[in-house]
Design a protein around this ligand. Sequence first.
Ligand code: NAD
Ligand code: TYD
Length: 361
Amino acid sequence: MIQSHEGNQHDHNLLVTGGAGFIGSNFIRYLFEQTDFSGRLINFDLLTYAGNPANLQDIQELYPERYVFVRGDIADAATVKAVFRRYDIESVCHFAAESHVDRSIKSPDRFIQTNIVGTFQLLEAALSQKAFRRFHHISTDEVFGSLGHDGMFTEETAYQPRNPYSASKASSDHLVRAYANTYSLPVTISNCSNNYGPYQFPEKLIPLIILNALEGKPLPVYGDGKHIRDWLYVTDHCQAIWLILTRGVAGETYNIGGMTERENLYIVQRICELVDELARPDADRPSSELIRFVEDRPGHDRRYAIDFTKIRTELDWQPREDLDSGLKQTVEWYLGHRDWVNQVRTGEYRTWIKDHYGEMK
Ligand code: NAD
Ligand code: TYD
Protein backbone atom coordinates (compact mmCIF):
# COMPACT_ATOMS: atom_id res chain seq x y z
CA MET A 1 0.00 0.00 0.00
CA ILE A 2 1.24 3.47 -0.88
CA GLN A 3 1.06 5.78 2.12
CA SER A 4 0.40 9.46 1.48
CA HIS A 5 3.30 11.68 2.42
CA GLU A 6 1.27 14.48 3.92
CA GLY A 7 -1.52 13.40 6.24
CA ASN A 8 -3.99 15.84 4.73
CA GLN A 9 -3.70 14.45 1.22
CA HIS A 10 -5.67 11.27 1.72
CA ASP A 11 -8.98 12.52 3.07
CA HIS A 12 -9.94 15.33 0.73
CA ASN A 13 -12.53 15.83 -2.03
CA LEU A 14 -10.88 14.72 -5.24
CA LEU A 15 -12.35 15.37 -8.68
CA VAL A 16 -11.29 12.81 -11.28
CA THR A 17 -12.24 13.79 -14.82
CA GLY A 18 -12.62 11.05 -17.43
CA GLY A 19 -12.81 8.40 -14.71
CA ALA A 20 -15.04 6.17 -16.82
CA GLY A 21 -12.35 5.77 -19.48
CA PHE A 22 -9.42 3.39 -19.65
CA ILE A 23 -6.74 4.95 -17.43
CA GLY A 24 -9.20 6.93 -15.29
CA SER A 25 -11.19 3.86 -14.27
CA ASN A 26 -8.01 1.91 -13.52
CA PHE A 27 -6.82 4.87 -11.43
CA ILE A 28 -10.03 5.05 -9.38
CA ARG A 29 -9.94 1.30 -8.78
CA TYR A 30 -6.28 1.59 -7.78
CA LEU A 31 -7.04 4.43 -5.34
CA PHE A 32 -9.79 2.53 -3.55
CA GLU A 33 -8.06 -0.85 -3.57
CA GLN A 34 -4.37 -0.12 -3.19
CA THR A 35 -3.82 3.22 -1.43
CA ASP A 36 -4.77 4.87 1.84
CA PHE A 37 -6.97 7.45 0.09
CA SER A 38 -9.92 7.94 2.42
CA GLY A 39 -11.61 11.03 1.01
CA ARG A 40 -14.49 11.46 -1.40
CA LEU A 41 -13.94 10.94 -5.10
CA ILE A 42 -16.14 12.60 -7.71
CA ASN A 43 -15.86 10.99 -11.12
CA PHE A 44 -16.88 13.61 -13.72
CA ASP A 45 -17.27 12.11 -17.17
CA LEU A 46 -19.31 12.84 -20.27
CA LEU A 47 -19.57 9.15 -21.18
CA THR A 48 -18.51 9.53 -24.79
CA TYR A 49 -18.06 6.32 -26.81
CA ALA A 50 -14.86 5.75 -24.74
CA GLY A 51 -16.47 6.04 -21.30
CA ASN A 52 -18.20 3.19 -19.54
CA PRO A 53 -19.52 3.60 -15.97
CA ALA A 54 -19.85 -0.19 -15.70
CA ASN A 55 -16.03 -0.26 -15.38
CA LEU A 56 -16.56 0.88 -11.78
CA GLN A 57 -19.87 -0.78 -10.87
CA ASP A 58 -18.30 -2.71 -7.98
CA ILE A 59 -16.56 0.40 -6.60
CA GLN A 60 -19.87 2.28 -6.72
CA GLU A 61 -21.53 -0.50 -4.73
CA LEU A 62 -18.72 -0.93 -2.21
CA TYR A 63 -18.20 2.78 -1.51
CA PRO A 64 -21.57 4.53 -1.93
CA GLU A 65 -20.57 7.38 0.42
CA ARG A 66 -17.12 8.00 -1.00
CA TYR A 67 -17.59 7.42 -4.73
CA VAL A 68 -19.86 9.76 -6.70
CA PHE A 69 -20.44 9.68 -10.44
CA VAL A 70 -21.50 12.87 -12.24
CA ARG A 71 -22.17 12.91 -15.97
CA GLY A 72 -21.10 16.14 -17.64
CA ASP A 73 -18.88 17.90 -20.16
CA ILE A 74 -15.64 19.48 -18.93
CA ALA A 75 -16.04 22.14 -21.64
CA ASP A 76 -19.34 23.30 -20.12
CA ALA A 77 -18.33 26.13 -17.76
CA ALA A 78 -21.56 26.29 -15.75
CA THR A 79 -21.67 22.56 -15.01
CA VAL A 80 -17.99 22.43 -14.13
CA LYS A 81 -18.29 25.35 -11.69
CA ALA A 82 -21.41 23.84 -10.13
CA VAL A 83 -19.63 20.53 -9.52
CA PHE A 84 -16.64 22.27 -7.92
CA ARG A 85 -18.95 24.22 -5.59
CA ARG A 86 -21.34 21.40 -4.76
CA TYR A 87 -18.61 18.91 -3.83
CA ASP A 88 -16.14 21.46 -2.46
CA ILE A 89 -13.40 20.17 -4.73
CA GLU A 90 -9.89 20.46 -3.29
CA SER A 91 -7.83 18.52 -5.85
CA VAL A 92 -8.21 17.49 -9.47
CA CYS A 93 -6.78 14.59 -11.39
CA HIS A 94 -7.54 15.42 -15.00
CA PHE A 95 -7.76 12.48 -17.40
CA ALA A 96 -10.76 13.47 -19.56
CA ALA A 97 -9.76 13.84 -23.18
CA GLU A 98 -10.40 12.71 -26.68
CA SER A 99 -7.50 10.30 -26.90
CA HIS A 100 -7.32 8.50 -30.24
CA VAL A 101 -4.86 9.91 -32.80
CA ASP A 102 -6.64 8.35 -35.79
CA ARG A 103 -9.96 9.96 -34.80
CA SER A 104 -8.20 13.33 -34.37
CA ILE A 105 -6.95 13.10 -37.94
CA LYS A 106 -10.45 12.43 -39.30
CA SER A 107 -12.38 14.90 -37.05
CA PRO A 108 -10.31 17.22 -34.87
CA ASP A 109 -13.19 19.41 -33.59
CA ARG A 110 -13.98 17.46 -30.42
CA PHE A 111 -10.27 17.34 -29.60
CA ILE A 112 -10.11 21.12 -29.54
CA GLN A 113 -13.28 21.41 -27.45
CA THR A 114 -12.52 18.75 -24.88
CA ASN A 115 -8.75 18.80 -24.64
CA ILE A 116 -8.19 22.56 -24.84
CA VAL A 117 -11.45 24.31 -23.89
CA GLY A 118 -12.29 21.60 -21.32
CA THR A 119 -8.91 21.96 -19.61
CA PHE A 120 -9.35 25.74 -19.58
CA GLN A 121 -12.74 25.46 -17.87
CA LEU A 122 -11.35 23.13 -15.22
CA LEU A 123 -8.45 25.51 -14.52
CA GLU A 124 -10.87 28.43 -14.18
CA ALA A 125 -13.04 26.48 -11.75
CA ALA A 126 -10.00 25.40 -9.73
CA LEU A 127 -8.88 29.04 -9.45
CA SER A 128 -12.22 30.02 -7.95
CA GLN A 129 -11.98 27.43 -5.12
CA LYS A 130 -10.81 28.84 -1.78
CA ALA A 131 -8.74 26.00 -0.37
CA PHE A 132 -7.52 24.42 -3.56
CA ARG A 133 -4.56 22.04 -3.16
CA ARG A 134 -3.53 20.46 -6.45
CA PHE A 135 -4.41 20.24 -10.14
CA HIS A 136 -2.75 17.20 -11.69
CA HIS A 137 -2.88 17.13 -15.46
CA ILE A 138 -2.36 13.85 -17.31
CA SER A 139 -0.52 14.36 -20.57
CA THR A 140 1.33 12.31 -23.11
CA ASP A 141 4.81 11.81 -24.55
CA GLU A 142 3.28 12.61 -27.96
CA VAL A 143 3.55 16.36 -27.23
CA PHE A 144 7.33 16.06 -27.80
CA GLY A 145 6.96 14.89 -31.42
CA SER A 146 8.86 12.08 -33.09
CA LEU A 147 12.37 10.74 -32.31
CA GLY A 148 14.97 9.33 -34.66
CA HIS A 149 17.03 6.24 -33.72
CA ASP A 150 18.64 7.88 -30.69
CA GLY A 151 17.65 9.95 -27.73
CA MET A 152 14.78 10.05 -25.29
CA PHE A 153 12.23 12.63 -24.19
CA THR A 154 13.13 14.36 -20.93
CA GLU A 155 11.12 16.97 -19.03
CA GLU A 156 13.25 19.60 -20.82
CA THR A 157 12.54 18.43 -24.37
CA ALA A 158 10.91 21.15 -26.49
CA TYR A 159 7.32 20.52 -27.56
CA GLN A 160 6.83 19.58 -31.21
CA PRO A 161 3.39 18.01 -31.59
CA ARG A 162 2.66 16.67 -35.07
CA ASN A 163 -1.01 15.66 -35.19
CA PRO A 164 -4.27 17.23 -33.96
CA TYR A 165 -4.41 15.01 -30.86
CA SER A 166 -0.88 15.78 -29.69
CA ALA A 167 -1.27 19.48 -30.60
CA SER A 168 -4.43 19.68 -28.46
CA LYS A 169 -2.67 17.94 -25.55
CA ALA A 170 0.37 20.24 -25.91
CA SER A 171 -1.96 23.22 -25.87
CA SER A 172 -3.61 22.00 -22.66
CA ASP A 173 -0.19 21.49 -21.03
CA HIS A 174 0.71 25.09 -21.91
CA LEU A 175 -2.51 26.34 -20.33
CA VAL A 176 -1.85 24.39 -17.14
CA ARG A 177 1.68 25.84 -16.87
CA ALA A 178 0.36 29.32 -17.64
CA TYR A 179 -2.13 29.08 -14.73
CA ALA A 180 0.66 28.01 -12.41
CA ASN A 181 2.93 30.85 -13.50
CA THR A 182 0.32 33.61 -13.77
CA TYR A 183 -2.12 32.78 -10.98
CA SER A 184 0.04 30.54 -8.75
CA LEU A 185 -2.35 27.61 -9.17
CA PRO A 186 -0.65 24.54 -7.61
CA VAL A 187 -0.28 22.23 -10.59
CA THR A 188 1.68 19.16 -11.60
CA ILE A 189 1.86 17.57 -15.05
CA SER A 190 2.84 14.07 -16.11
CA ASN A 191 3.73 13.01 -19.66
CA CYS A 192 3.62 9.29 -20.12
CA SER A 193 4.08 6.70 -22.81
CA ASN A 194 1.53 4.29 -24.36
CA ASN A 195 -0.56 2.53 -21.71
CA TYR A 196 -2.04 -0.93 -22.02
CA GLY A 197 -4.03 -3.21 -19.73
CA PRO A 198 -7.62 -3.99 -18.68
CA TYR A 199 -10.54 -1.79 -19.81
CA GLN A 200 -8.78 -0.23 -22.79
CA PHE A 201 -11.23 0.62 -25.54
CA PRO A 202 -10.57 -1.76 -28.45
CA GLU A 203 -9.76 0.91 -31.04
CA LYS A 204 -6.18 1.18 -29.70
CA LEU A 205 -3.49 -1.18 -30.99
CA ILE A 206 -3.20 -3.78 -28.22
CA PRO A 207 -6.88 -4.54 -27.46
CA LEU A 208 -7.77 -4.31 -31.16
CA ILE A 209 -5.16 -6.91 -32.06
CA ILE A 210 -6.11 -9.20 -29.13
CA LEU A 211 -9.79 -9.22 -30.11
CA ASN A 212 -9.20 -9.53 -33.85
CA ALA A 213 -6.81 -12.44 -33.27
CA LEU A 214 -9.34 -14.16 -31.00
CA GLU A 215 -12.01 -13.72 -33.65
CA GLY A 216 -9.83 -14.72 -36.61
CA LYS A 217 -10.05 -11.25 -38.19
CA PRO A 218 -7.23 -9.44 -40.07
CA LEU A 219 -4.61 -7.74 -37.87
CA PRO A 220 -3.93 -4.25 -39.32
CA VAL A 221 -0.35 -2.99 -39.01
CA TYR A 222 0.22 0.55 -40.29
CA GLY A 223 3.01 1.12 -42.82
CA ASP A 224 6.08 -1.08 -42.35
CA GLY A 225 5.26 -1.89 -38.69
CA LYS A 226 8.61 -0.49 -37.56
CA HIS A 227 7.23 2.46 -35.64
CA ILE A 228 8.38 2.32 -32.04
CA ARG A 229 6.33 2.99 -28.93
CA ASP A 230 7.27 2.66 -25.26
CA TRP A 231 4.66 0.54 -23.45
CA LEU A 232 3.57 1.11 -19.85
CA TYR A 233 1.25 -1.21 -17.93
CA VAL A 234 -1.67 0.89 -16.74
CA THR A 235 -1.38 0.06 -13.02
CA ASP A 236 2.22 1.24 -13.03
CA HIS A 237 0.99 4.52 -14.49
CA CYS A 238 -1.71 4.79 -11.78
CA GLN A 239 0.86 4.29 -9.06
CA ALA A 240 3.04 7.04 -10.53
CA ILE A 241 0.09 9.45 -10.69
CA TRP A 242 -0.85 8.84 -7.06
CA LEU A 243 2.77 9.44 -6.01
CA ILE A 244 2.85 12.72 -7.92
CA LEU A 245 -0.50 13.81 -6.51
CA THR A 246 0.59 13.14 -2.94
CA ARG A 247 4.35 13.71 -3.00
CA GLY A 248 5.12 15.59 -6.21
CA VAL A 249 6.22 19.20 -6.03
CA ALA A 250 3.77 21.85 -7.25
CA GLY A 251 4.92 23.44 -10.50
CA GLU A 252 6.84 20.35 -11.59
CA THR A 253 6.48 18.02 -14.58
CA TYR A 254 7.26 14.30 -14.43
CA ASN A 255 7.87 11.95 -17.35
CA ILE A 256 6.57 8.40 -16.88
CA GLY A 257 7.79 5.52 -19.05
CA GLY A 258 7.68 1.75 -19.19
CA MET A 259 11.30 1.05 -20.20
CA THR A 260 9.79 -1.05 -22.98
CA GLU A 261 10.47 0.27 -26.46
CA ARG A 262 9.25 -2.09 -29.16
CA GLU A 263 8.38 -1.98 -32.85
CA ASN A 264 4.64 -2.34 -33.48
CA LEU A 265 5.18 -5.53 -35.45
CA TYR A 266 6.89 -7.12 -32.44
CA ILE A 267 3.92 -6.24 -30.23
CA VAL A 268 1.47 -7.70 -32.73
CA GLN A 269 3.47 -10.90 -33.11
CA ARG A 270 3.81 -11.33 -29.35
CA ILE A 271 0.04 -10.91 -28.92
CA CYS A 272 -0.51 -13.56 -31.61
CA GLU A 273 1.71 -15.99 -29.69
CA LEU A 274 -0.13 -15.31 -26.42
CA VAL A 275 -3.58 -15.66 -27.99
CA ASP A 276 -2.54 -18.94 -29.65
CA GLU A 277 -1.11 -20.24 -26.37
CA LEU A 278 -3.99 -19.16 -24.12
CA ALA A 279 -7.06 -19.43 -26.35
CA ARG A 280 -6.32 -21.46 -29.50
CA PRO A 281 -4.00 -24.31 -28.47
CA ASP A 282 -5.45 -26.67 -31.09
CA ALA A 283 -5.60 -24.22 -34.02
CA ASP A 284 -4.03 -25.39 -37.31
CA ARG A 285 -2.64 -22.03 -38.31
CA PRO A 286 -0.93 -19.38 -36.18
CA SER A 287 -2.75 -16.08 -35.64
CA SER A 288 0.27 -14.26 -37.10
CA GLU A 289 -0.96 -15.34 -40.56
CA LEU A 290 -3.70 -12.76 -40.07
CA ILE A 291 -1.23 -9.83 -40.02
CA ARG A 292 -1.94 -7.32 -42.82
CA PHE A 293 0.24 -4.30 -43.61
CA VAL A 294 -2.23 -1.49 -44.31
CA GLU A 295 -1.94 2.14 -45.41
CA ASP A 296 0.08 4.18 -42.93
CA ARG A 297 -1.39 6.83 -40.63
CA PRO A 298 -0.72 10.32 -42.12
CA GLY A 299 2.19 12.02 -40.33
CA HIS A 300 2.76 8.87 -38.24
CA ASP A 301 5.33 9.59 -35.48
CA ARG A 302 8.21 7.14 -35.88
CA ARG A 303 9.51 6.67 -32.37
CA TYR A 304 8.72 7.67 -28.79
CA ALA A 305 10.99 6.98 -25.82
CA ILE A 306 10.80 8.34 -22.30
CA ASP A 307 13.59 9.15 -19.88
CA PHE A 308 11.96 8.85 -16.45
CA THR A 309 15.06 9.49 -14.33
CA LYS A 310 13.35 12.37 -12.53
CA ILE A 311 10.41 10.45 -11.10
CA ARG A 312 12.70 7.51 -10.33
CA THR A 313 15.16 9.57 -8.33
CA GLU A 314 12.77 12.09 -6.76
CA LEU A 315 9.73 9.90 -6.03
CA ASP A 316 11.34 6.46 -6.07
CA TRP A 317 9.03 5.16 -8.81
CA GLN A 318 9.75 2.65 -11.51
CA PRO A 319 7.53 0.30 -13.50
CA ARG A 320 6.98 -3.11 -11.90
CA GLU A 321 5.45 -4.93 -14.83
CA ASP A 322 7.55 -6.09 -17.77
CA LEU A 323 6.08 -6.47 -21.24
CA ASP A 324 5.67 -10.25 -21.09
CA SER A 325 3.83 -10.29 -17.77
CA GLY A 326 1.80 -7.19 -18.64
CA LEU A 327 0.75 -8.48 -22.05
CA LYS A 328 -0.15 -11.90 -20.65
CA GLN A 329 -2.35 -10.33 -17.97
CA THR A 330 -3.95 -8.11 -20.59
CA VAL A 331 -4.75 -10.99 -22.98
CA GLU A 332 -6.15 -13.00 -20.04
CA TRP A 333 -8.30 -10.05 -18.98
CA TYR A 334 -9.86 -9.69 -22.45
CA LEU A 335 -10.41 -13.46 -22.59
CA GLY A 336 -12.23 -13.33 -19.25
CA HIS A 337 -14.33 -10.24 -20.01
CA ARG A 338 -16.20 -10.99 -23.21
CA ASP A 339 -19.37 -9.36 -21.82
CA TRP A 340 -17.51 -6.09 -21.31
CA VAL A 341 -16.14 -6.32 -24.84
CA ASN A 342 -19.61 -6.92 -26.32
CA GLN A 343 -21.01 -4.04 -24.31
CA VAL A 344 -18.45 -1.48 -25.55
CA ARG A 345 -18.50 -2.59 -29.18
CA THR A 346 -21.62 -0.61 -29.97
CA GLY A 347 -22.93 0.58 -33.33
CA GLU A 348 -20.64 3.60 -33.07
CA TYR A 349 -17.63 1.32 -32.64
CA ARG A 350 -18.62 -0.84 -35.60
CA THR A 351 -19.05 2.26 -37.77
CA TRP A 352 -15.57 3.52 -36.82
CA ILE A 353 -13.93 0.18 -37.60
CA LYS A 354 -15.73 -0.09 -40.95
CA ASP A 355 -14.95 3.50 -42.00
CA HIS A 356 -11.35 3.43 -40.79
CA TYR A 357 -10.18 0.03 -41.98
CA GLY A 358 -12.62 -0.67 -44.84
CA GLU A 359 -12.72 -4.26 -46.07
CA MET A 360 -9.47 -5.98 -45.07
CA LYS A 361 -8.93 -9.29 -46.85
P1 NAD B 1 -10.06 7.19 -22.95
O1 NAD B 1 -10.40 7.68 -24.31
O2 NAD B 1 -10.13 5.72 -22.66
O3 NAD B 1 -11.03 7.88 -21.87
C1 NAD B 1 -11.34 9.24 -21.93
C2 NAD B 1 -12.50 9.48 -20.96
O4 NAD B 1 -12.80 10.89 -20.99
C3 NAD B 1 -13.78 8.74 -21.33
O5 NAD B 1 -14.37 8.17 -20.18
C4 NAD B 1 -14.68 9.84 -21.90
O6 NAD B 1 -16.07 9.60 -21.70
C5 NAD B 1 -14.20 11.05 -21.11
N1 NAD B 1 -14.45 12.32 -21.81
C6 NAD B 1 -14.18 12.60 -23.12
N2 NAD B 1 -14.58 13.85 -23.40
C7 NAD B 1 -15.09 14.37 -22.25
C8 NAD B 1 -15.65 15.63 -21.91
N3 NAD B 1 -15.76 16.60 -22.83
N4 NAD B 1 -16.06 15.83 -20.64
C9 NAD B 1 -15.96 14.84 -19.70
N5 NAD B 1 -15.45 13.63 -19.99
C10 NAD B 1 -15.02 13.40 -21.24
O7 NAD B 1 -8.64 7.80 -22.62
P2 NAD B 1 -7.43 7.16 -21.79
O8 NAD B 1 -6.64 6.28 -22.69
O9 NAD B 1 -7.95 6.64 -20.52
O10 NAD B 1 -6.56 8.47 -21.53
C11 NAD B 1 -6.75 9.26 -20.36
C12 NAD B 1 -5.79 10.43 -20.39
O11 NAD B 1 -4.45 9.95 -20.45
C13 NAD B 1 -5.97 11.36 -21.58
O12 NAD B 1 -5.80 12.68 -21.14
C14 NAD B 1 -4.85 10.95 -22.53
O13 NAD B 1 -4.45 12.05 -23.32
C15 NAD B 1 -3.78 10.55 -21.54
N6 NAD B 1 -2.81 9.56 -22.04
C16 NAD B 1 -3.24 8.36 -22.51
C17 NAD B 1 -2.32 7.42 -22.95
C18 NAD B 1 -2.74 6.06 -23.45
O14 NAD B 1 -1.89 5.29 -23.89
N7 NAD B 1 -4.02 5.69 -23.37
C19 NAD B 1 -0.95 7.73 -22.93
C20 NAD B 1 -0.55 8.98 -22.45
C21 NAD B 1 -1.49 9.88 -21.99
P1 TYD C 1 -2.36 3.56 -30.79
O1 TYD C 1 -2.74 2.43 -29.90
O2 TYD C 1 -3.42 4.19 -31.62
O3 TYD C 1 -1.60 4.63 -29.90
P2 TYD C 1 -0.77 5.97 -30.34
O4 TYD C 1 -1.14 6.34 -31.71
O5 TYD C 1 -1.28 6.94 -29.33
O6 TYD C 1 0.67 5.62 -30.17
O7 TYD C 1 -1.24 3.04 -31.79
C1 TYD C 1 -0.03 2.50 -31.31
C2 TYD C 1 0.86 2.24 -32.51
O8 TYD C 1 0.25 1.21 -33.29
C3 TYD C 1 0.99 3.44 -33.42
O9 TYD C 1 2.31 3.47 -33.96
C4 TYD C 1 -0.02 3.18 -34.53
C5 TYD C 1 -0.02 1.67 -34.63
N1 TYD C 1 -1.30 1.04 -35.04
C6 TYD C 1 -1.31 0.08 -36.05
O10 TYD C 1 -0.26 -0.27 -36.62
N2 TYD C 1 -2.51 -0.49 -36.39
C7 TYD C 1 -3.69 -0.13 -35.81
O11 TYD C 1 -4.77 -0.66 -36.21
C8 TYD C 1 -3.66 0.86 -34.76
C9 TYD C 1 -4.93 1.28 -34.08
C10 TYD C 1 -2.44 1.41 -34.41
